[in-house]
Design a protein around this ligand. Structure first.
Ligand SMILES: C[S@@+](CC[C@H](N)C(=O)[O-])C[C@H]1O[C@@H](n2cnc3c(N)ncnc32)[C@H](O)[C@@H]1O
Ligand code: SF4
Ligand code: SF4
Ligand code: SF4
Length: 411
């Protein structure tokens, strides 16, 4: 089975067929407020004409024989099944011999037998957002009327399992759950979720003229949002889960960040953009055809154009997008340039770069301390796994090595 790994692709655009419409009101959500950019639009739903144009151009713009569509929210299941059936029909019309795959990200609360049958029949990979055990999840992931959502999500997961749909979990790490890494990790093992993606929550509150309150990255200022994880929490969280994983679960459970770190250790492109050297491969398209440089940069100043006026190829290969792609590396502060883990970290996501480095240069990642702690802690293990891979042996041999009590051979 595959994980949702669109970032490994040369060019990729997430599509938001219902804009930022959602039946939940997760407190930390960076999508919800994006509706403010579209107050003039009567409804936030992609038109059939726009859908067709997107599907045709998106397939044409790909350089690989396989094409991956990623349906993203708001809440994707707020569009009816008939919408996705139409999309599949259009994909078949324009595929012209290419293999087309679909993955869809959902909060899981609207899943029912019919949806699950549809996903199974059409081979969708489903990403479900769930922030760990009930008390963690329900802290922030609430409905519009303030009700918890955990039980509905679990019911959705049971249905996915019942119908044999492939799914994986997307969980955020915030101020509330970050201090309980093992409770968190064991939960995913208990629900037999073998592919887990953890995303740290880092947001700053600002006042902008366009009404958006969450700050884009790469500039200083604003007030850190309470729900953000601290660098110390993030470092401890990663190290604790890593210790458990590296002793028991390598090759059995896939934690996206550990996979990506190992990839960087052996010099292969990581499966997640935050750990890659450059940005720019992963755009996002709003319901009305507006295309932005990245899902985390849906701000007017990062808009590449609209599909009505420009082709996907033009926008994603435009000088503006090339410029955006390079910023990740170009804006690294001195501390990152000197860092021995630069090859693994690349300064992480520019969205999180808003503090000063030790030379008082701007642009250091707010989570730097946590990442550094993790890389330093895990380095001997990654070195060992790298040697195993180079000798064409499975990295999972690390577990036996640790059991034997061997020194891992790092000086
Ligand atoms: C914005 S949602 C859209 C799809 C769908 N509604 C869902 O919740 O899965 C996609 C993912 O982004 C995560 N997310 C929301 N706000 C975030 C933030 N401020 N920082 C990082 N991830 C965030 C959500 O938890 C979810 O897993
Ligand atoms: S379910 Fe997804 S889109 Fe909706 S509020 Fe929560 S994170 Fe945002
Ligand atoms: S800005 Fe962050 S999320 Fe966007 S492509 Fe770059 S690393 Fe990925
Ligand atoms: S660990 Fe810190 S200093 Fe090193 S590359 Fe990452 S953000 Fe930069």
């Amino acid at each position: 089975m595959a994980t949702i790994n669109p970032f490994g692709r040369p060019m990729y655009i997430m599509l938001k067929p219902a804009g930022s419409l959602c039946n939940l009101r997760c407190e930390y959500c960076y999508y919800l407020e994006k509706q403010q950019l579209y107050t003039n639009c009567p409804n936030h739903i992609i038109s059939d004409q726009m859908l067709e144009k997107f599907i045709r151009e998106y397939i044409e713009a790909q350089t690989t024989p396989e094409v991956l569509f990623t349906w993203h929210g708001g809440e994707t299941l707020m569009r009816p099944i008939s919408f996705y059936k139409r999309a599949l029909q259009l994909q078949r019309t324009y595929a012209r011999g290419r293999q087309v795959d679909n993955c869809i990200q959902t909060n899981g609360t609207l899943l029912n037998d019919e949806w699950c049958q549809f996903f199974k029949e059409n081979n969708f990979l489903v990403g479900v957002s769930i922030d760990g055990p009930q008390e963690f999840h329900d802290e922030y992931r609430k409905t519009a009327s303030g009700k918890p959502s955990f039980h509905k999500v679990m019911q959705g997961i049971r249905l996915l399992n019942k119908h044999g749909v492939e799914w994986n979990a997307l969980a955020v790490v915030n101020d509330f759950n970050a201090d309980y890494p093992l409770d968190f990790y064991h939960f995913f093992k208990e629900i037999k979720c073998r592919y887990i993606q953890f995303t740290p929550i880092v947001e700053r509150i600002v006042m902008r003229n366009d009404g958006l309150k969450l700050a884009p990255g790469m500039y200083e200022g604003g007030q850190l949002a309470d729900f953000s994880v601290t660098p110390e929490q993030w470092g401890n969280f990663l190290c604790t889960i890593f210790d458990e994983w590296v002793r028991n679960d390598v090759g059995e459970y896939y934690v996206q960040l550990f996979d990506a770190t190992l990839a960087n250790w052996v010099g292969v492109a990581p499966g997640v953009c935050t750990m890659a050297a450059e940005c720019g491969h992963a755009g996002v398209m709003e319901f009305n055809g507006d295309v932005y440089a990245c899902d985390h940069f849906v701000y007017p100043e990062y808009k590449l154009g609209n599909l009505k006026d420009k082709t996907i190829y033009e926008m994603m290969h435009s000088p503006r997008q090339k410029e955006f792609a390079k910023l990740k590396n170009a804006l690294l502060p001195q501390q990152c340039k000197e860092c021995r883990f630069r090859f693994a970290c690349h300064g992480e996501c520019p969205k999180n770069r808003f503090v000063r480095d030790r030379y008082n240069q701007p642009g250091l990642n707010y989570l730097c301390k946590g990442y550094y702690q993790f890389f330093e802690h895990a380095a001997p293990y990654f070195e060992f796994m790298k040697r195993e891979l180079q000798a064409q042996r499975p990295p999972a041999n690390i577990m036996e090595e640790i059991r034997k009590g061997q020194k891992l051979g790092l000086g």
